[in-house]
Ligand binder design. Structure first.
Ligand code: FAD
Length: 376
C-alpha cells in the first residue's frame, strides 16, 4: 500500500520510452522511469527499486549513452532540479552551486554573461551539470576538474548524503570515480564550481589559437571566446539537432599512451602506413599535451584507416569529425555497435591499439558486450 502511494506521489512511469531522453534517439524503454526534484523523491525512488530488486540508473541529458534496442530493465532516475546560486564570493572568485538538472550550456552562458572565467571553452557541450563530473568533461584546453570545488552526492546503496571534494573525485582525462571505482554508486545532487572574475583566456588549443590569430584579436573577451568555440564546434561537431542526425558526441575516446606504447605505435606505422602518415603522427605527438601521457587523436587513426563515411544500416561515420557516429534516421543500437566493432577491429589490426568507446552502453548483455567489443 505504502509502495503504491510512493510510486503515485513520485509519478513512476512504467515501460517509459528512453529514446526521447537521449541525443542519439536510439533505444528501447525503461521498465520504470522517474523524474526527481528533491531528496525525498530520490528516497522514494530508491525504496521503490529496493522493494522490487531493480537496479537504479541515473540518466541526465542522455548525451553520453547508447541504450540497447530492448531497453533497460531498471528504474531510471532523471534529475530534474535546476538552478544556480552564489555560495561564496570575493574580489577574485565566485563559487556557484549548480543543481544537477541544470543544462550545462545554460550554466556556461550564465557564467559568460557575468564575466566569470573558467568554463567558457566548454561551451555547447550537451547534457546536465551533474553529469559533467562523471567523465570530467573537457574541450579546447579546459576541463571541469580545473574549476571544481565540491559535490553533494547521495550514495545509492544506503541513501546517505556525502560531500565529495576534488581529491575524492580522482579526476583524469574523461575519468573520475563516477565512471571508474565508484561507477553507478552515487547520485550527484549538485556541484560547486569556483570561477575567476579576472580575465584568464585559455587560447592555447590549436584550433582556438588559429581562430583568434585569423581574426586579428589577441585579447578576446569571454563572449568572443564563447562565440568562437561555438563556431569551431559547429563547423565539425553536430550539436544534436535532428536534421543533422542524432549522435552521442565522440563515440571513441582519444588515445593516451605511455612512451613505450608510443614507440610501439611508431613501429606499426612504419609497417602499415606511408612515410607521410608517420610524419603526421610525429607532428601530432606533443601537440595535445596531457598530464596523463601522449595524446593521439582517435580521429586521425580513423582517417588514415579509411573509415570516414563508412555506414552500416542507418548509422554513419561523420565525414567532418569521424569520432561521431550519426543516426541517419531510424538507426538501431545493433547497427551502431556493428559499425563500432568494424572500426575498432580495423584500427587494431593496423596499429595494435584498441580504441575505447566514450558513451556508456546501457542494457547490453554480457555476451553482446563480448561480441561487439572483441578486437579480433
Ligand atoms: C554533440 C555532442 C558533443 C559532445 N561534446 C563533448 C565534449 O566536447 N567534451 C566532453 O567531455 N563530452 C562531450 N560530449 C559528451 C556528453 O555531452 C558529456 O559527457 C555530458 O557531460 C553528459 O551529460 P548527460 O547529462 O547527457 O549525461 P548522460 O548521458 O545522461 O549520462 C552519462 C553518465 O553520467 C551518469 N550521470 C548522469 N547524471 C548523473 C548524476 N546527476 N549523478 C550521477 N551520475 C550521473 C549516468 O548514469 C551515465 O553514467 C558530447 C556529446 C554530444 C552529443
Amino acid at each position: 500500500m505504502a509502495m503504491r502511494q510512493a510510486a503515485a506521489r513520485l509519478g513512476i512511469l512504467e515501460a517509459h520510452p528512453l529514446k526521447p531522453y537521449t541525443t542519439f534517439k536510439i533505444g528501447g524503454p525503461a521498465r520504470y522511469f522517474a523524474s526527481i526534484e528533491s531528496a525525498e523523491d530520490l528516497a522514494e525512488g530508491l525504496e521503490f527499486a529496493r522493494s522490487r530488486r531493480l537496479p537504479v540508473f541515473i540518466l541526465g541529458g542522455g548525451s553520453n549513452v547508447l541504450v540497447n534496442d530492448p531497453g533497460l530493465d531498471a528504474l531510471v532516475i532523471h534529475p530534474a532540479r535546476q538552478g544556480v546560486r552564489i555560495v561564496r564570493e570575493d574580489s577574485e572568485t565566485v563559487s556557484l552551486r549548480i543543481e544537477a538538472g541544470e543544462p550545462w550550456d545554460a550554466l556556461v552562458e550564465h557564467a559568460v554573461q557575468h564575466n566569470w572565467w573558467g568554463i567558457e571553452n566548454l561551451s555547447h557541450i550537451p547534457g546536465q551539470a551533474g553529469a559533467a563530473l562523471v567523465q570530467n568533461i573537457g574541450a579546447y584546453g579546459q576541463q571541469i576538474s580545473e574549476v571544481f570545488e565540491q559535490a553533494d552526492v547521495v550514495e545509492l546503496s544506503t541513501g546517505r548524503a556525502k560531500v565529495l571534494t576534488k581529491e575524492d573525485c580522482a579526476f583524469g582525462y574523461r575519468r573520475s570515480i563516477f565512471n571508474t571505482t565508484r561507477k553507478d554508486a552515487y547520485l550527484i545532487s549538485n556541484i560547486t564550481l569556483r570561477l575567476r572574475k579576472k580575465a584568464c583566456p585559455n587560447l592555447a588549443y590549436p584550433d582556438v589559437r588559429r581562430w583568434f590569430e585569423g581574426a586579428g584579436n589577441p585579447t578576446p573577451s569571454i563572449q568572443d571566446i564563447r562565440e568562437a568555440i561555438i563556431s569551431i564546434r559547429d563547423s565539425k561537431f553536430p550539436f544534436p539537432r535532428e536534421e543533422r542526425g542524432g549522435n552521442a558526441g565522440s563515440f571513441f575516446k582519444n588515445i593516451v599512451l605511455s612512451d613505450e606504447e608510443y614507440r610501439a605505435l611508431e613501429r606499426r606505422f612504419r609497417e602499415n602506413f606511408t612515410p607521410a602518415e608517420l610524419a603526421r603522427l610525429r607532428e601530432l605527438r606533443g601537440k595535445f599535451d596531457t598530464a596523463d601521457g601522449i595524446k593521439i587523436p582517435a580521429a586521425f587513426l580513423m582517417q588514415i584507416c579509411g573509415l570516414k563515411g563508412r555506414r552500416i544500416g542507418n548509422v554513419e561515420v561523420n565525414e567532418a569529425q569521424p569520432l561521431i557516429l550519426l543516426n541517419r534516421g531510424g538507426a538501431t543500437a545493433a547497427e551502431v555497435m556493428l559499425l563500432a566493432m568494424q572500426i575498432r577491429q580495423t584500427i587494431f589490426a593496423k596499429t595494435g591499439i584498441g580504441i575505447a568507446l566514450e558513451p556508456e552502453l546501457l542494457g547490453f548483455t554480457q555476451s553482446e558486450r563480448e561480441k561487439y567489443l572483441a578486437l579480433e
